[in-house]
Design a protein around this ligand. Structure first.
Ligand SMILES: Cc1cc2nc3c(=O)[nH]c(=O)nc-3n(C[C@H](O)[C@H](O)[C@H](O)COP(=O)(O)O)c2cc1C
Ligand code: SF4
Ligand code: SF4
Length: 249
C-alpha cells in the first residue's frame, strides 16, 4: 500500500510511479489529514510512505500521522522522500520512528525532484523541472523494483553534516520558520477557494471570498503555489518568483 503526502505534486507523482510498478493501492495522506479521522489500514503488502523532505527529515505532520494511524498486516515499511537537493540524515529518523511503533524499516531513499520551497528559495525553470522529473522517473521505478522483490533499499550513507542538518537545524528551522504569519493575499484573488480546498491541514478559511490563515501551517506551499491567480505571497520573499505546482501528469 502506497501512502503519499504532497504539497505541490512531486510526491504524488512519485507515489503513482511506484504504484504503477507494484500495483499497490494509493492512499492520500493529504485527504486523511483533511478528514481528521483516526484510521486503520490493512495491507499484506509492504507499507510505502512517500513524502517531501522538510528541513532534512520526513515532514512532522506525516510522522505524526503515521504514529496515530493503525497499520494491520505487513510490518515492512519503505520511505521514498522527494527532495530539492539534500535529504540530510532523514533515514535515521525514519528508522527510529519504525522502531518506536513496531514497523520493520526497509530503507529510505531521497530522490531529487524540483524544489518547491519558494518561501525560502526559488523553483527551477519550467524546462529544468521537466528534465529533473524525467531523470527521477526511472529512479522511482528502480525503487519500486526493490519493494516488489521485498528487498530493502540500499542503505543511504549517514554523515556528520547530515546529522547536524537533520538534528539541530531541523529543530531550529521548525521553531523559527514554519508558520503562516507571512502569508498575504492581493486583489488579484478571484475567490475560487482552491487554496482552502488544497490545504491538507484545513488551515485556510475564506472570509468575504479571501483566504485567512489560522495558525497551524506546515509550509507545504500548496496554497501559494496552487493559486490560479498568483494572488498569494509569503512576506516579500516570493514576489516575482515562479510558482511550482503539479497535480498529475
Ligand atoms: C517546508 C519545506 C521544507 C523543505 N526542506 C527541504 C530540505 O530540507 N531538503 C531538500 O532537499 N528539499 C527541501 N524542500 C523541497 C521539497 O522537499 C521538494 O521540492 C519536494 O519534492 C516537494 O514535494 P511535493 O511537491 O510533494 O510537496 C522543502 C520544501 C518545503 C516546502
Ligand atoms: S486560490 Fe487564489 S484566487 Fe483562489 S481563493 Fe485562494 S487566493 Fe483567491
Ligand atoms: S496554509 Fe498553505 S502552506 Fe500552510 S499547510 Fe495550508 S496549504 Fe500548506
Amino acid at each position: 500500500m502506497v501512502f503519499y503526502f504532497s504539497g505541490t505534486g512531486n510526491s504524488q507523482l512519485a507515489a503513482k510511479q511506484i504504484a504503477g510498478v507494484t500495483g499497490d493501492e494509493i492512499i492520500s495522506v493529504n485527504q486523511c489529514l483533511k478528514d481528521n479521522a483516526k484510521k486503520t489500514f490493512h495491507s499484506e503488502r509492504p507499507l510505502v510512505f512517500v513524502a517531501p523532505v522538510y528541513a532534512y527529515r520526513l515532514p512532522r505532520v506525516v510522522e505524526r500521522w503515521i504514529r496515530e494511524t493503525k497499520f494491520e498486516g505487513s510490518r515492512n515499511a519503505y520511505f521514498v522522500l522527494t527532495c530539492g537537493g539534500n535529504g540530510g540524515n532523514a533515514a535515521a529518523y525514519a528508522k527510529k520512528l519504525c522502531r518506536e511503533i513496531g514497523l520493520e524499516f526497509q530503507g529510505l531513499a531521497s530522490v531529487l525532484m524540483p524544489e518547491n520551497y519558494i518561501a525560502l528559495s526559488a523553483a527551477p525553470s519550467e524546462s529544468e523541472c521537466a528534465a529533473i522529473i524525467e531523470r527521477a522517473k526511472p529512479v522511482f521505478s528502480e525503487l519500486a523494483g526493490y519493494i516488489q522483490k521485498k528487498e530493502p533499499f540500499p542503505a543511504s550513507p549517514s554523515s556528520l553534516g547530515g546529522s547536524l542538518l537533520s538534528g539541530p537545524l531541523h529543530i531550529l528551522y521548525y521553531k523559527l520558520a514554519i508558520h503562516d504569519k507571512g502569508f498575504t493575499v492581493s486583489d488579484t484573488c478571484v475567490s475560487c477557494g482552491k487554496c482552502a480546498q488544497r490545504c491538507p491541514l484545513n488551515n485556510i478559511d475564506l472570509l468575504d471570498g479571501r483566504p485567512v490563515w489560522k495558525g497551524h501551517c506546515t509550509h507545504c506551499m500548496a496554497c501559494i503555489c496552487g493559486c490560479p491567480a498568483d494572488a498569494i505571497e509569503y512576506k516579500s520573499i516570493t514576489k516575482g518568483k515562479r510558482r511550482y505546482y503539479i497535480t498529475e501528469e
